[in-house]
Design a protein around this ligand. Structure first.
Ligand code: ATP
Ligand code: MG
Length: 210
């Protein structure tokens, strides 16, 4: 073997050795972190922020849960203009109970009294799910707006979340999540808006946006 070739081989072996050592250390660290996580409980997950990906993440968790045979409830507090794909997919699934607030976006109804009545009626459905331990996972999509607009009483909502069955997971989505909701949550993701196609004049796309 030429001298440069054997040098290259030595370097490669040295690099592989270093990589193996680093991966061993990483595995030890990850394994010890996993061993430390022993608590089993129902999580409150809050997905907030101005970026795209809140509802789609929540419905991703719904898909995972249904895949595992878990009993799920979905309450959508704002009905969009387009029927979303996840509703079409899940509404007839025997594992999923799906409720959609009948009104459109608040800037479409422009009627505060009507919005409040719809919000309260929809909340009744959510409140029932939050007292029923047979529901393993509950998605409260766009709930934050009901608090921002003052359509629902914040302390009533927080109390229902706090007193839910201890093993029940709840996912709340929507911009501007209230501070108290963030404090109560176990997992909070604030999705930043770095770029959105809509702002470049591109219309909503089936499958990506709804
Ligand atoms: P998604 O349902 O796609 O996960 P989201 O739940 O994070 O979005 P919402 O505020 O509920 O966001 O808005 C729903 C709709 O608005 C979707 O069609 C989404 O693509 C679009 N949207 C989300 N974020 C933005 C943004 N920053 N600018 C423009 N449109 C957005
Ligand atoms: Mg959303």
């Amino acid at each position: 073997m030429s001298k440069t070739k054997s040098n290259k081989q030595d370097n490669k072996e040295e690099r592989n050795k270093r990589h193996k050592k680093a991966m061993q250390r990483k595995k030890e660290h990850v394994d010890s972190r996993i061993a430390e996580a022993t608590v089993d409980k129902g999580l409150l997950v809050v997905l907030t922020g101005n970026g795209k990906g809140k509802s789609s993440s929540a419905f991703g968790m719904l898909a995972r849960s249904v895949g595992h045979g878990l009993h799920c409830g979905v309450v959508q507090f704002i009905k969009g203009l387009w029927e979303c794909g996840e509703q079409i997919l899940f509404e007839d699934n025997p594992l999923v109970e799906f409720h959609v607030m009948k009104t459109g976006f608040t800037w479409e109804t422009q009627d505060r009294e009507k919005d409040i009545a719809a919000a309260e009626k929809t909340w009744e459905r959510a409140a029932r799910l939050l007292t029923d331990e047979t529901f393993n996972v509950v998605i409260l999509d766009e709930l934050t707006y009901m608090l921002t607009y003052g359509y629902l009483d914040k302390s009533m909502v927080l109390e229902a979340l706090q007193n839910r069955p201890p093993m029940q997971h709840v996912v709340v989505t929507g911009r501007n999540a209230a501070r108290e909701l963030i404090e109560l949550a176990d997992t909070v993701s604030e999705i930043a808006d770095s770029k959105h196609a809509f702002n470049a004049g591109i219309k909503v796309q089936k499958g990506i946006d709804y």
